[in-house]
Design a protein around this ligand. Structure first.
Ligand SMILES: Cc1cc2nc3c(=O)[nH]c(=O)nc-3n(C[C@H](O)[C@H](O)[C@H](O)COP(=O)(O)OP(=O)(O)OC[C@H]3O[C@@H](n4cnc5c(N)ncnc54)[C@H](O)[C@@H]3O)c2cc1C
Length: 395
């Protein structure tokens, strides 16, 4: 197969797509706005279709090297005493062992390093304009470069530039779920619990802490705030202040966490939103991953979905011998019901993710405990983990 494809975004979706496109004979360029592959970042659970795509790529052993082997999900009270929790091994059983917990960057990095040398990756640049004509797409880049491609794929995340250029304003497609999320890492943090996700909640705010294998600790903070425009999105200093104020009187080890927050240089901060679009493709432009189908962190499966979308889009292009219109239609038809199901489930989970009253918090913690004690974990998570969605076979 011949054809030049530009992929905007060198994250999980972009690198996975490039790997499969290259395998099918396409000439692929990735343009990534970051100056280099990003390290660190929040911890994700990785299972389902993404795990199956990783198996097809022969990447599971590589990913296993970064698996944090989480054994317990532990809910603590303001004094650090365990009040509830889940034995993570039950989730392992449900998934037949095909699940792991690792940093998002470990998945992205494994995919990036698996790329053929002839996939060209341009770091530190991004798409500035797209002009489509009958035979291709003319692209100008922020660096000033100018090139033509047969197809352009936006794999550039929640705030996708390609979506903005080809489909219009983000506000048209973004569904804000009423939370903000922050993640950062700390070195030599005084409290360590290897192989345990520890979490502490108060009405409207929650903290998760994961001890990494080295001297690093990763924090995830989610707080409720119904105003989608009220918080500065591009100023880490202001974001630190907002977080410090929100968590100022919180219990548990929060004062230590806030000291670590003040010192961190890798703060991630964003709205918790979904992207819901009536079409994921238009002319010679397609979107994959969070750019078109972000389910939000509440799905716990966005990376896996992004890989399934990448695998399917590349496979359909191959199956349609490069007839992009047929391939794009098949890609949407195959995956739209699956994505809609996952997005709906995540929205349904929003209220109990960070309960907003003391009673709701107590109910959530108690139901986790009851499920764990009575061995009902399969009932709670079975359908979500053992998804029946099939992947196409494009051999
Ligand atoms: C806190 C948190 C926890 C999560 N937990 C889980 C979990 O447990 N399990 C799970 O499966 N998923 C989880 N997710 C979701 C998962 O991280 C995303 O769904 C997944 O990373 C989407 O991959 P992507 O490649 O589409 O987008 P991204 O990971 O956002 O990657 C986009 C890439 O494009 C680049 N880019 C952005 N703009 C441009 C531009 N203009 N030009 C060029 N490049 C650009 C970015 O630098 C980045 O490299 C979580 C998400 C969050 C925020």
């Amino acid at each position: 197969m011949s054809g030049k494809i530009l992929v905007s975004g060198g994250g999980i979706a972009g690198c996975c797509l490039a790997w499969w496109l290259r395998r099918y004979g396409y000439a692929v360029t990735i343009v990534e706005q970051a100056a280099e592959p990003r390290a660190g970042g929040y911890v994700i659970d990785f299972w389902g279709l993404g795990y199956r795509v990783a198996e097809k790529m022969g990447l599971v052993d590589e990913l296993r090297r970064s698996d944090l082997v989480i054994e317990e999900f532990r809910v603590v009270d303001r004094n650090g005493r365990k009040i509830s929790g889940i034995d993570q091994r039950a989730l392992q059983d449900i998934a037949g062992g095909r699940i792991m917990s690792l940093q998002r960057s470990a998945v992205a990095s494994a995919l990036y390093h698996a790329l053929d040398d002839d996939v060209s990756v341009r770091f530190g640049d991004s798409v500035a304009t797209l002009t489509e004509h009958p035979d291709g797409v003319e692209v100008t880049f922020r660096s000033g470069a100018h090139e033509g491609y047969d197809l352009v794929v936006g794999a550039d995340g929640l705030h996708s530039a390609v979506r903005h250029l080809a489909f219009g304003e983000q506000a048209e497609y973004e569904r804000f779920l009423g939370y903000y999320v922050a993640a950062f890492s700390a070195h030599d943090y005084p409290h360590r619990d290897p192989h345990v996700y520890v979490t502490y909640g108060e009405p409207g705010k929650q903290i998760w802490r994961v001890t990494m294998d080295d001297e690093t600790t990763v924090f995830l903070l989610v707080f409720a705030d119904a105003s989608p425009q009220g918080i500065p999105m591009h100023d880490p200093a202001q974001q630190k202040e907002i977080l410090a104020r929100r968590y100022a009187r919180s219990g548990w080890e929060t004062p230590d966490m806030l000291r670590a927050l003040a010192a961190t240089t890798d703060l991630y901060f964003d709205r918790v939103s979904q992207i819901v679009m009536p079409r994921w493709t238009k002319g010679r432009v397609a979107l994959i991953g969070d750019a078109c189908a972000c389910p939000s962190l509440l799905a716990g499966e966005g990376s896996a979905m992004a890989m399934a979308e990448a695998y399917t889009l590349a496979g359909e292009l191959h199956a349609a011998s490069g007839d992009h219109a047929a391939a794009f239609a098949a890609y949407e038809q195959l995956l739209r019901p699956y994505v809609e199901r996952k997005q709906k489930a995540a929205r349904g989970f929003a209220a109990s993710f960070v309960p907003q009253s003391a009673l709701a918090l107590w109910l959530r913690n108690t139901s986790i405990n009851v499920a764990n004690t009575l061995g009902l974990t399969r009932l709670l998570f079975g359908a979500q983990i053992n998804d029946r969605q099939a992947l196409g076979d494009y051999r």
